[in-house]
Design a protein around this ligand. Structure first.
Ligand code: BG6
Ligand code: MG
Length: 218
């Protein structure tokens, strides 16, 4: 079936912000007296801020009052916002603009489907916001990936059926969300971790325009 909609996750797909999320969570963990590894951080990809703190506290064996919980969530976001404050186009992952440009020329509808509540300011800072027909982010959804809500909402806004959509994702939960939405998924990152994806690439430099054409018309 011809693919008319392409949906991009943001963190770890369009921009390398996954490292900033990790640093901010790691510093919070250290402040609370425990370690947080990059391996554990895989569980945080595609996962909402609140759910991430739930998992972090579980890892550290820390119990929190509601007030502490809200405070720590705020602290993490404050630090994250400092990291992204001066972001510019240099933080766009390699060859992402090439792919966006190619799809735009083909009149493909494009969306961002992200769990982050900071998606819009980031897209503005790096100068890519105008490529997208719609942005569905953590402010628009009630159910987190692997629930398909974010991608189904994006498809609806684009006016395309889910089966006509292709999703780029770097998170296990995101690949599962695409699958749950009956969409084609392309995993960006470690193929072993993202084994459930329909296609896998280390990054966008490995994606050829021929491949994109084949996916559109498959
Ligand atoms: C996702 C990231 O895109 O957004 C997660 O992969 C992050 O790691 C989530 O927790 C929420 O982001 P934010 O910016 O709303 O804290
Ligand atoms: Mg991501």
């Amino acid at each position: 079936m011809k693919k008319n909609g392409f949906i991009f996750d943001l963190d770890g797909v369009i921009v390398d912000t996954a490292k900033y999320h990790y640093l901010a969570w790691k510093n919070l963990a250290n402040k609370l007296g425990f370690e947080f590894t990059e391996e554990q951080n895989e569980l945080f990809k595609g996962v909402s801020r609140k759910r991430c703190l739930d998992i972090l506290l579980q890892i550290g064996g820390v119990t929190a009052t509601q007030k502490q919980f809200d405070h720590w969530m705020g602290e993490k976001n404050k630090e994250y916002l400092q990291y992204i404050e001066n972001m510019d186009a240099s933080e766009i992952l390699s060859d992402v603009p090439k792919v966006l440009h190619f799809l735009k020329e083909k009149n493909i509808q494009m969306a961002v489907g992200s769990a982050s509540k900071n998606a819009r300011p980031i897209l503005e800072k790096v100068g890519l916001i105008s490529y997208f027909n719609t942005i569905i982010d953590g402010n628009n959804v009630t159910k987190a990936k692997p629930d398909p809500e974010v991608f189904l909402l994006a498809a609806q806004e684009l006016g395309v059926r889910p089966q006509e959509c292709v999703v780029f994702e770097d998170a296990v939960a995101g690949i599962q969300a695409a699958k749950n939405a009956s969409m084609t998924s392309i995993g960006i990152g470690d193929a072993k971790i993202l084994a459930e994806a329909n296609y896998n690439f280390r990054d966008f430099t490995e994606i050829s325009l021929d491949f994109l054409n084949a996916v559109i018309y498959e």
